[in-house]
Each structure stands twice: as C-alpha cells, then as structure tokens.
Design a protein around this ligand. Sequence first.
Ligand SMILES: [Fe+2]
Length: 183
Amino acid sequence: MSTIKTTANHAEMASGVNESALNELFIDELKDIYWAEKHLTTALPKMAKAATSEQLRSAIQNHLAETENHVSRLERAFESIGEKVVAKKCEAMAGLIKEGDEIVADTKTGSITRDAGIISAGQKIEHYEIASYGTLKTLAGVLGYDEAAELLEATLQEEKNADIKLTEVAENSINQSASKEKK
Ligand SMILES: [Fe+2]
C-alpha cells in the first residue's frame, strides 16, 4: 500500500505537479514568511535607528543585510518549485513589529533600557522566524523540494545565529547597564 503511494508521489513530482494539501500548506507558509521578511527590511532600519548602543545598532544592521538575502532566497525557493513569488500578510509578524514600535515609543530616547526592549522584541521576531523556517525546511524535504530545502536551511542557520548574537549583546553589556538606569 505504501509502495503504491510512494510511486504516485514520485510520479506527481516528476510531472512537476503536486496537488497534495500539504503542498498547498507549504506554499501558503512560504507566502507568509515572504511577507514577513519583506516587512522586516523596512522595520529593521527603524529599530537600528532607535537603538542607543553602537553594539546593538551594528547587530541589527548586520541582520538587515542578511534579511535582504532571506528575501531573495525565498524568491529562488518559489522559482525552484515553479510557483509565482507571492506575499501573503503575516498577522503574527505584523503584530511582533508593532510590539517593537510600542517598546520604542514607551522608552526614553538614548536609554539603555530601550536597547533591552529592542532586544526583547528582536528575539521574539527571531524565534518566530526560526519556528517558521524549521517547519518550512522539513516540509520542503518531505515534498521532495531539495533546492528549496537547502535555501530554507541556510536562512534557518542565520536566524539562529542572529538570535544568539542578540543574547550576547544583552548579556555582555546591555542588561547590566540597563539595570542601573533610573526611570
Ligand atoms: Fe530572516
């Protein structure tokens, strides 16, 4: 029974058509993260500008350059599976970005507490992306989209590194300095 199914799946892949519901879910999630990444390319410069410390600003700017590459990797992933490049509003990322804006609005310009808040918002964003790319990479593998799986894995690693970098910035300097800051 399973042999028959496998053969059918291979036949579908060979003809370039995959009509499974899982394939539809995968493409839908790809559109969602594409929207999220595109919006991050406009949100990250604002976060970098709002940051107080040079260390945090440069960490965000480095990740902005990576994020631009994440957008183009996703475009290549769409193309590799013969799908049109389409963005679909990601309500979760829209909310996370809004939360970051609110933290900036609620903290003083030039304060280190603001940096602690930006790191908090930035790590929530990274964790959303890590979860998304982890799922997408796995689904790409299951669906036989090897090229897309490789592209998604490359971005997943960069998201994990960005998260680690933010933890380092927080623990090396920001948190200690912020804890001494008055309201
Ligand atoms: Fe990203």
